[in-house]
Design a protein around this ligand. Structure first.
Ligand code: DHE
Length: 677
């Protein structure tokens, strides 16, 4: 079956820009008798940008996979017209094709990646840029598929448009920053692609401005956010971004140790800090909560739910991690600014900060205490996206002292990569080692910090593109998502080797995952997925359950894809899962629980709020309450976001911490120190 919904979504936008005014109504208009030339039809497809989202036979650049493959459009239309589920007005195949272009939401195809095409994915505005003749040519051609094919002309069209559109200096400067803030995380600063596809000019120019702008504005079912619909980008900005993407990417500057040190500030030297907590609160049950768009981390008391302080940090803090003792919270901003917060102060506050990169996602502390030394709270490590390197710092002051570049060669093809970004980092409990995941080269580096000025590094070959992951319950095995490969790589931290690559559904995204004991298969670790509504359980007990180890032993269906995080706790009967990036407004704020005792299905799913997206979970120390973020919008008073706290036994709401600005990740001190999830 074919999509009505998406096909010309690219096309639609084109027209928005061109002929904003003139509207056509959908069906009747008969296809004119004289068929347009193949050249004209190919040019019309190109003008509408249809190939950005669809595969269209005869159009070499039409290889998009955001919407349905249109190779059998006419045949599919015939089937749909006779189906009871079709409620549109079309009576003929041509009328159906025409309706699907002009009123794409009348019938939603089931053939988008991940299932039914979301409403609004293809905008009727695209068709406005086409003349009647062009539209009719497209309709006639699609209605004839399969069986016909445009030949040579499409090639000619392609070569004529392969030039980059221009931008003014002001446009370039502002859109470059927006790209860095919003897009570089998935596509790479040099746009070579990772979680999102490559956006180099050879890929973007054939799509053209209209189609690119449509994707940027409306998003895709594969996880590209709908920046326009979210109100983050205007139509004009989407169009400027589309032009920017067709030009060569600018290369940002490097950063030296001297430059890092210029940003280094110590607000309270270690010898000026308290030797015991200055309050009587249970600081091991504090939560560090990212207030994303406020550039702050809130420290919230897990017993009383009081917000003890909102500490100014880097922009859009990505994660917080605890020192081995739990006294310090290490925080990393997307802008590469790291902050250390002392929880023993009467009012928990930052004691040092430094910027070691322009773009970063990970930070970790040294956790090893054993025969090789006590490294508790001694060092910190920051993983950077740009420049592509990691930095080792003093654990108490954040003084940076060692930079290690991750630029190297892809694990499989041994090709040089200029931007291998550092994704998740975890600290081993068995050895004085950090496990550093290098996204683009697909390598896992085991970095020994016994002599951190001269760290020894073992480079394991794993898979691309490494993203996020966590320990199994014994903390011997580290499981990390290679999200583009639809795999989870398993590292044995004790033996220092890769032991498995587990096939998963589309685009695994575990956060740190969830550990639990399956009634049938024993100890398992779970991840959900961005690309598919599925929660899987992977066996993690090679000694006790060798037949199940490093295999997906269970796949539990979810209401939809777009999941970012799962969570559990040894004391909990549940596994919790979100759907934050689902394109459906209701599903994106729906969370589900799966019962460990009956893990064949979700036990309950519900909407957490009537606005925003539900994202990320964290337990209190005892594992009796679960905190869920409602991720609102910083510019919508009353709906900026909040945290909802549930009783983990009854699943009843216990409290809300209201009026927080876009809360995302929440990190309980005790659980983060112990890696309980
Ligand atoms: Fe994250 C973890 C990267 C988008 C919230 N995110 C991680 C980690 C990486 C990463 C590498 C693992 C860190 C570790 O364990 O050391 N995230 C990226 C991206 O590159 C991406 C896809 C795009 C981007 O531009 O950043 C991205 N992440 C998001 C979001 O949009 C989220 C929801 C909100 C935000 O901050 O922008 C988000 N990411 C989080 C959170 C974690 C995380 C809350 C930690 C989960 C945990 O429980 O450990």
């Amino acid at each position: 079956m074919m999509k009505k919904g998406v096909f010309l979504f690219a096309l639609a936008l084109a027209l928005t820009f061109a002929l904003g005014g003139c509207r056509r109504s959908a069906p009747p208009a008969a296809v004119e008798a004289a068929p347009p030339s193949p050249q004209a039809v190919a040019a019309a497809f190109q003008k509408g940008g249809c190939g950005a989202c669809h595969i269209i036979p005869g159009i070499p650049t039409a290889i998009g996979t955001i919407g349905p493959d249109l190779s059998r459009m006419g045949e599919a239309a015939t089937t749909i017209l006779t189906a009871k589920s079709y409620t549109g007005k079309a009576k003929t195949v041509a009328a159906f094709v025409r309706e699907s272009i002009l009123e794409p939401d009348v019938f939603l195809s089931t053939q988008c990646p991940g299932g039914i095409c979301p409403k609004g994915l293809m905008t009727p505005a695209l068709a406005k840029s086409l003349s009647d003749q062009e539209l009719n040519g497209i309709v006639r051609y699609l209605a004839s598929l399969p069986g016909k094919s445009l030949t040579a002309p499409a090639q000619a069209v392609t070569t004529t448009v392969m030039t980059a559109p221009t931008l003014s200096d002001a446009e370039f400067a502002s859109i470059k920053q927006i790209f860095f803030d919003r897009c570089a995380g998935c596509h790479g600063t040099l746009r070579k692609g990772a979680t999102g596809p490559a956006l180099t000019p050879d890929k973007t120019q054939p799509k053209g401005t209209a189609a690119l702008a449509a994707i940027i504005f409306h998003g895709t079912p594969r996880g590209m956010p709908d920046w326009g619909k979210q109100g983050v980008l205007t139509q004009a900005q989407a169009e400027t971004m589309a032009r920017f993407l067709q030009n060569e990417p600018p290369v940002p500057p490097e950063m030296s140790l001297a430059q890092m040190k210029e940003t280094w500030k110590v607000f309270a030297a270690p010898d000026k800090r308290p030797v015991a907590p200055q309050h009587t609160r249970d600081w091991e049950d504090f939560f560090a909560v990212t207030l994303r768009d406020a550039g702050q981390v809130a420290i919230i008391d897990g017993d009383t739910f009081e917000v003890l302080n909102k500490v100014d940090t880097g922009y859009a803090v990505h994660i917080s991690r605890m020192s081995a003792t739990g006294r310090y919270v290490y925080v990393i901003g997307r802008d590469g600014r790291a902050t250390i917060i002392d929880l023993w102060l009467a009012k928990p506050d930052k004691v040092a900060e430094v910027k070691t990169c322009y773009d970063a996602r990970s930070i970790e502390s040294s956790k090893y205490k054993g025969p090789e030394g006590d490294f508790s709270d001694k060092y910190a490590i920051i993983g950077c996206y740009w420049p592509p390197h990691f930095v080792i710092l003093d654990g108490l002051t954040l003084e940076p002292f060692k930079i290690v570049s991750t630029r190297s060669y892809t694990y499989d093809t041994e090709e040089y990569h200029p931007e291998p970004r550092v994704a998740a980092i975890v600290a081993s409990h068995f050895k004085p080692e950090w496990i550093v995941n290098v996204k683009e080269t697909g390598q896992v580096w085991l970095v020994n910090y016994t002599d951190p000025k001269a760290p020894s590094i073992k480079m394991l070959e794993a898979e691309r593109f490494l993203h996020d992951g966590g320990w199994d319950a014994t903390r011997r095995y580290f499981l990390v998502a290679a999200n583009q490969a639809n795999k989870v790589a398993v590292i044995d931290a004790q033996e220092s080797k890769l032991i498995a690559l587990v096939e998963t559904p589309k685009t695994p995204h575990p956060g740190r995952g969830a550990n639990w004991v399956d009634p049938q298969y024993g100890p398992v670790w779970s991840t959900a997925h961005l690309g598919e509504g599925a929660l899987v359980a992977i066996g993690t007990d090679p000694a006790g359950h060798p037949g199940q180890a490093w295999k997906v032993v269970r796949t539990i269906p979810l209401p939809g894809g777009g999941s970012l995080f799962v969570k559990s706790h040894p004391n909990s009967p549940w596994i919790w899962v979100d759907h934050s990036l689902n394109s459906d407004e209701k599903i994106q704020r729906t969370i589900c629980v799966v019962e460990k005792a009956d893990p064949t299905k979700t036990a309950r799913c519900w909407e957490v709020a009537d606005y925003g997206r539900a994202v990320h979970f964290e337990y209190n120390r005892e594992g009796t309450q679960v905190w869920v973020s409602v991720w609102g919008r910083a510019d919508q008073p009353g709906k900026t976001g909040e945290i909802v706290i549930y009783d983990d036994e009854s699943l009843k709401e216990v409290a809300r911490v209201p009026n927080l600005v876009t809360p995302t990740g929440k990190f309980n001190v005790y659980n983060t120190v112990k890696d309980l999830y």
